[in-house]
Ligand binder design. Structure first.
Ligand code: NAP
Ligand code: MG
Length: 495
């Protein structure tokens, strides 16, 4: 299917109603209430109606997940893995329709949506393999005729809570490993983007996931997310979202010693030192800054460049930004969509205003776009600020939009201090041709992920996470997930 078929497909697919997915069946909210979501690039168009749930619905979903746990946790790991492999195949088979739903609700280009789905399939396949590698240890005993073993077992019902920027890959990143390790799940999508998620539920079931193993409850953070995180039968909470909420969830979980896996905000720096290919660096930085319209936790939002290279790098950044074409997801040649909704645009516009007021120099973009298609979505021109200093709001707070800032450093020590001078610690890039500087920064950057000579793009089999206020608990993706989804047991056997 091609991009313009999205428009046609949507005409047919819009306007359906979706309940909660509980125990393998679609059910309306106990209260009977619903809420609607609209197309990010055609805001007059309602995409679908969803259950506006509350604590009663959360209760039924947790009960279904708990009832399914005993049998699911006893399915041999390799068999659970085989189901996840089928799920990954189904994701790929369903790629076009899923991409249309995702682009419509979120706004990102169809190419980006397809990329997100391909990535989700890769992560599901990695998790499938992990299901056969839930390894423990045997340790020699201090006594004769005794064997000592350390084994891992699944923790039970897990809550998965996702934001709106990656409505396919984030749920899959939580649900696939949960299933691989033998846990069952109650998933709450973001209220802005439940549509692709609804399809994911069908694909899990089609792949052979038994009823009740994966459940989805839609509705607001306060009426669904909050009771879900407080539920006494929920043993672990995998949350991706803002730092403020992550802190609250950590507090809630601590009261009953539930465990958490928190993926939070970022203020990611790209440090540019002596690097011959400044144009190449600019290309990588712009791609990492403006993908998903900058609404990525790992977006590069601060460029920290040595003074002597600042002018040339800035020129190269401008050249790359001028090549960004902003428009609706389905349009040929467009490589940046609208922001998710007008509220997000207003929030990013406030930062653009603050940047100007606090004395930064706006070199390009920043303004909301209007006229033609632009009147139907929350569009803005990608922005580049120069002369940004450490105290400025746009240098400190997560903007979560298409705004890049350039800060100048006198020495590499100065650059490191600026890069680390934020409360966040998710990802960072360093561009340098000197091996010693690359190693020096890799060792000292206070982030969960460091990228040398490339942008902040992660891979589907590598641990993913942050430090400081960017994350807590086991990194997601990769082998580190075992620490979150499984518990340790020590077994002594005399023979
Ligand atoms: P958010 O406002 O923190 O919401 C995230 C999720 O939490 C949504 O499903 C939301 O539901 C739910 N929620 C709201 N109130 C809740 C409560 N009291 N208890 C439990 N859950 C509640 O984040 P967002 O605005 O959707 O996304 C942007 C943020 O996510 C940014 O800060 C970004 O950096 C972060 N993020 C981090 C990563 C990472 O991996 N580190 C990845 C992506 C995004 P509603 O939608 O119904 O409000
Ligand atoms: Mg929010």
């Amino acid at each position: 299917m091609s991009e313009h078929e999205m428009v046609k497909w949507l005409q047919e697919a819009c306007g359906e109603s979706y309940g909660n997915y509980v125990g393998g069946a679609w059910k309306p909210a106990a209260s009977g209430r619903t809420f609607s979501i609209v197309h990010a690039a055609e805001q007059h168009r309602v995409l679908g109606h969803f259950a506006d749930s509350d604590a009663a619905d959360v209760d039924s979903a947790v009960a279904a997940a708990e009832a399914a746990f005993a049998a699911w946790s006893e399915v041999p790991g390799p068999e659970r893995g085989a189901i996840l492999l089928r799920f990954a195949d189904l994701l790929e088979l369903d790629r076009d329709e899923l991409a249309f739903r995702l682009s419509a609700e979120q706004g990102k280009t169809v190419a980006e949506s397809r990329g997100e789905i391909a990535r989700a399939a890769k992560e599901a396949r990695y998790a499938a393999g992990e299901a056969a590698r839930i390894v423990g240890e045997t340790v020699p005993s201090e006594r004769r005729n005794v064997s000592n073993a350390v084994v891992r077992y699944p923790i039970g019902v897990v809550a998965a809570i996702a934001p709106w920027n990656f409505p396919v890959v984030t749920p899959v990143r939580k649900i696939a490993p949960a299933l691989a390790y033998g846990c069952t799940v109650v998933f709450k999508p973001a209220s802005a983007t439940p549509w692709a998620s609804a399809r994911l539920m069908e694909l899990f079931t089609e792949a052979g996931v038994p009823h009740g193993v994966v459940n989805m409850v839609t509705g607001s953070g306060s009426r669904v997310g909050d009771p879900l995180t407080k539920h006494s039968r929920v043993k672990g909470i995998s949350f991706t979202g803002s730092t403020g909420l992550g802190l609250r969830i950590q507090h809630t979980a601590a009261e009953r010693l539930a465990r958490t896996q928190l993926e939070l905000g970022g203020k990611n720096a790209a440090v540019v030192l002596d690097y011959a290919d400044l144009a190449g660096a600019a290309k990588q930085i712009v791609a990492a800054a403006f993908a998903c319209s900058g609404q990525r936790c790992t977006s590069i939002s601060r460029v920290v460049v040595l003074k002597e290279y600042a002018a040339r790098l800035t020129e190269a950044l401008l050249q790359e930004i001028r090549q960004l074409r902003v428009g609706p997801a389905w349009e040929e040649g467009v490589n940046m969509g609208p922001l998710v909704n007008p509220e997000q645009l207003a929030s990013v516009q406030r930062y653009v205003r603050l940047g100007k007021e606090e004395g930064a120099e706006l070199l390009i973009g920043g303004e909301p776009l209007s006229g033609g298609n632009y009147d139907n979505g929350a569009y803005m021109a990608p922005a580049l600020f120069a002369k940004v200093t450490e105290g400025m709001t746009i240098a400190r707070e997560e903007i979560f939009g298409p705004v890049l800032t350039v800060m100048e450093a006198h020495t590499k020590e100065d650059a490191l201090r600026i890069a680390n001078g934020t409360e966040y610690g998710l990802a960072a890039s360093v561009f340098t041709d000197r091996l010693s500087d690359a190693n020096w920064f890799a060792a000292r950057l206070e982030t969960g992920m460091v990228h040398i000579n490339h942008g902040t793009a992660s891979e589907a089999h590598m641990p993913f996470g942050g430090v400081k206020r960017s994350g807590f608990g086991a990194f997601s993706i990769g082998s580190s997930n075992q620490q979150f989804y499984t518990e340790t047991k020590v077994i002594y056997t005399q023979y």
